[in-house]
Write a protein that binds this ligand. Structure first.
Ligand SMILES: [Zn+2]
Length: 276
């Protein structure tokens, strides 16, 4: 059975090493069903943790659980969602864009494999930042940090995230007094230093409206592009069950490519009967 392996642009710190090799589970109907069920989770970072917990097999030698997946950096999680979408739907993606100038709707073709990915910088996931007479040791935010900002106002979220990312100041645990002294400019400097060391997956595209030729930037949401359709999926299960009288469990255990193959055969024989 085909197992897909990818290398993270960042990686998971484990016992002083950075694990970058990730293996996906072989894609079966059962995994797809779990991904479809996860889509009902309205909390986006928790949804991504759910999805990746189902879809991944291992990170380095580490088995997969929710905690391991939550410890990955935000960019690594975006990268894995991008690769998972490619496994499910291929490298080609059609983005529907509304022109910011004339409001026309148009489609843009994107090749997932061609989206630029920036690898992590030196020292990842840590960065040392010198501000005033502080030596600040900070780390790139993870999925767990993102999950923690649920329900917070933007300003509160920034401060909460800052407290997760700053590990030490002059070798000591950071104090409330330290955080209280940080100016907007200090926070921006910490943010910038973290961005420099963090991996990144391109999520902005420069597109041109075919109606008014206006060039503009559009966002690509890596968390919203899995392209799994609940109705379509259960239609497929229903078609196979009706035709072959296999149990739901047996159909769900089929690898995705085999399920598609049988559906193709059913469609072709139906078309054949139609002609006769
Ligand atoms: Zn336009």
């Amino acid at each position: 059975m085909l197992i897909m392996e990818v290398h993270l642009p960042g990686g998971l710190p484990d016992n002083g090493r950075i694990e970058r090799r990730v293996r996906f589970q072989p894609m079966t109907g059962r995994i797809e069903q779990a991904l479809i069920e996860s889509a009902h989770n309205p909390d986006r970072p928790a949804y991504v943790t759910d999805v990746l917990s189902h879809a991944l097999k291992s990170i380095g030698d580490l088995p997969i659980d929710r905690d391991t997946v939550a410890r990955l950096t935000v960019a690594d999680r975006q990268y894995l969602m991008l690769r998972l979408a490619a496994m499910l739907n291929g490298e080609q993606l059609w983005l529907n864009v509304q022109c910011s100038h004339c409001q026309s709707l148009f489609d843009v073709e994107v090749k997932r494999s061609e989206l630029p990915v920036k690898p992590a910088g030196h020292g990842f996931p840590h960065v040392m930042i010198a501000i005033n007479d502080w030596q600040i040791d900070a780390g790139v935010p993870t999925g767990k940090d993102q999950e923690g900002i649920r329900g917070l106002e933007e300003q509160q979220a920034v401060h909460w995230l800052l407290r997760q990312c700053v590990y030490s100041v002059n070798g000591q645990a950071p104090t409330d007094a330290f955080f209280a002294q940080l100016t907007e400019a200090d926070i921006a400097a910490i943010d910038e230093a973290l961005d420099d060391v963090s991996p990144a997956v391109c999520d902005r595209l420069l597109v041109t409206c075919p109606e008014c030729s206006c060039e503009q930037c559009t966002r690509l949401d890596h968390y919203a592009q899995l392209g799994l359709d609940e109705h379509f999926f259960y239609d497929e299960i229903h078609t196979l069950a009706s035709h072959y009288h296999w149990s739901e469990a047996d159909i769900l255990d089929l690898p995705q490519h085999k399920r598609r193959r049988y559906l193709d055969l059913i469609n072709r024989s139906a078309a054949g009967y139609g002609r006769g």
